[in-house]
Design a protein around this ligand. Structure first.
Ligand SMILES: C[S@@+](CC[C@H](N)C(=O)[O-])C[C@H]1O[C@@H](n2cnc3c(N)ncnc32)[C@H](O)[C@@H]1O
Length: 322
């Protein structure tokens, strides 16, 4: 619908100044309640159409429409042409198949398509309302633990453009603390980090990693892992977790920012189920509390507490070494 809306605006402005085409597009948008007809081919916004304006929040929606939906439409063909367990192999995901890229994972594919990688990373910075970073784990409570500049304070593993880390830093600094007690490290793939100017990350150290190889920062106070587990099936997720667990000290915390699938799919926020289907396409999955607990256990970790958001299914899962 966003594309349609943009098309309507372009038709009105450029392609068809007298409105013959745009009116035809406007009619369907009006009949579905997206726009309001004021009469004589004059149309007005509604709250629904305003949601489709070019705001940052729409970036994520665009991503789903452009990357996920075309593959979702072809799922019957995927199922007809694949073994039933192919979907558990991220190199044979519907996304890889639908992009003629079987043999590469979703992220490997993005790395070889810079424009799509850029759009993906921008979209990842725009979902704060539905998937908040703050308001769950009490980051400011870490101020009480005292400074220890000999160890990294926080390592945001695969933190993208630093969208979470900057919020956490701001919250701690607003409470009168300093992240300067130890290093503040943003880790990701080289192409992702290179695209973020250093001045946008004051006080943050960028570090290129591959989370399928040993974690280079040992003994950090916090390892933070947001929206990573749901990108992967259990085998890959376990490897990522084990690499972090091997680097952790007995008092290190691993904080996992993810939605937790409610036990009963009734009367709850639907975002988690919709996201789960998006993850099905790219080779991952959302998990229940029990699934997280089992996964963590198999990687040498234990679930200490799930800090839940007041809205939706977003959580921070606090873990320590077993
Ligand atoms: C869904 S995004 C999440 C970004 C960020 N943590 C957030 O919550 O906004 C997944 C991130 O994993 C990174 N990633 C994918 N494969 C990786 C790998 N092998 N090693 C390190 N990072 C990787 C991507 O570049 C991307 O930034």
């Amino acid at each position: 619908m966003k594309k349609f809306w943009v098309l309507s605006r372009r038709a009105g402005i450029g392609l068809n100044a007298d409105g013959r085409i745009s009116v035809r597009l406007m009619r369907i948008l009006t009949s579905t309640g997206i726009l309001k007809a004021l009469g004589n081919n004059v149309f007005a916004h509604t709250a629904l159409s305003l949601a489709y304006l070019d705001t940052p929040e729409v970036e994520f929606w665009d991503l789903c429409v452009d990357e996920i939906a075309p593959v979702a439409y072809k799922m019957p063909e995927y199922v007809a042409t694949h073994q039933s367990d192919s979907i558990f192999n991220p190199k044979q995901s519907p996304f890889s198949w639908g992009n003629n890229a079987e043999g590469t994972t979703f992220y490997e594919f993005l790395l070889s398509h810079p424009d799509r990688l850029k759009r993906f990373n921008v979209a990842m910075t725009t979902q704060e309302a539905a998937l908040p970073v703050l308001g769950m784990f009490p980051f400011t409570s870490l101020l009480e633990t005292g400074g220890d500049s000999s160890r990294a304070f926080i390592v945001d593993v695969a933190g993208g453009r630093g969208q979470s880390l900057l919020q956490i830093k701001k919250e701690i600094e607003a409470a009168g603390g300093a992240m300067g007690k130890g290093r503040v490290i943003l880790q990701d793939r080289k192409a992702v980090l290179d695209a973020v100017p250093d001045e946008q990350l004051p006080g943050v150290e960028k570090m290129v990693i591959d989370f399928f190889t040993p974690q280079p920062v040992k003994n950090a106070q916090i390892y933070y892992l947001r929206r990573i587990m749901h990108n992967w099936q259990d085998n890959e997720a376990r490897k990522i977790l084990k690499n972090i667990a091997d680097a952790m000290a007995p008092d290190s915390r691993l904080l996992i920012g993810e939605m937790v699938v409610p036990d009963i799919p009734e009367g709850v926020d639907k975002t988690v189920y919709w996201m789960d289907l998006c993850m099905l396409i790219i080779g991952g999955k959302e998990r229940s509390e029990k699934e997280f607990s089992d996964l963590l256990d198999s990687a040498g970790l234990k679930l200490i507490k799930i800090w839940r958001s007041k809205v939706g299914s977003q959580t921070v899962i606090e873990c320590r070494l077993k």
